[in-house]
Design a protein. Structure first.
Length: 209
């Protein structure tokens, strides 16, 4: 996935200026940055093309999973899994559900009454089944308990290995993502998306901003 000289603005403020974006298939590309720099606006632009710089080849092949992603909250987990199984096949649903450790969720509880971590894992399940080539994750491990974060880390490591044709972009400020999930590392910094070969160096730059 390549976008040359990409510029991102909001209300006349320039957040990114003619920066080249390159994200590889078969890898998870982490983008970190401080709050307010425009990470979520970047995530939405891949899907909505508000900047008018995202080609249809990209925007029409994107799944965006974020805290604002919607799943039906007034049904049970069992109902949702049964619905998805009928649509996509029980073998695929069971495989992803197993990776996300959904067996620990009481299937009879209405989704709105689940923990934030449990809801987040169901969002991952639902949106990954859209089977888009490009998957944008926007702060999906933010404010979750350590056990859930570790389960999501393990799931993403296995998912990208099983799906080398996918481009996964993980927008985050959770630095543990960078070391727990193997991939390329970028920082949203000085109106650019800068790549670092060293995770430790990137973290040093991030902390000292």
């Amino acid at each position: 996935m390549n976008i040359a000289k990409y510029t991102l603005k909001v209300k006349g403020k320039r957040l990114l200026s003619e920066t080249d974006l390159h994200f590889s298939k078969g890898k998870i590309s982490h983008i970190v940055g401080k709050n307010g720099v425009g990470k979520s606006l970047l995530a939405k632009d891949f899907l909505l093309n508000n900047s008018k710089q995202i080609s249809k080849d990209i925007s029409q092949n994107v799944s965006l999973i974020s805290s604002s992603s919607n799943i039906p909250f007034d049904v049970s987990t069992d109902f949702l899994l049964d619905f998805l199984s009928k649509k996509f096949g029980s073998e695929l649903i069971n495989k992803i559900a197993s990776l996300l450790n959904l067996d620990n969720i009481d299937g009879k509880i209405i989704i709105k009454n689940l923990s934030d971590g449990q809801k987040q894992k169901l969002k991952l399940l639902s949106f990954l089944l859209e089977d888009q080539i490009i998957i944008i994750l926007d702060e999906i491990t933010n404010a979750l308990d350590k056990k859930t974060v570790m389960e999501i880390h393990r799931f993403l490591n296995e998912y990208i290995q099983d799906n080398p044709q996918k481009v996964i972009i993980n927008i985050t400020h959770n630095l543990s993502d960078l070391k727990a999930i193997e991939g390329d590392c970028f920082i949203f910094h000085n109106q650019e998306i800068q790549k670092y070969d060293s995770v430790d160096k990137l973290i040093e730059v991030y902390i000292n901003e």
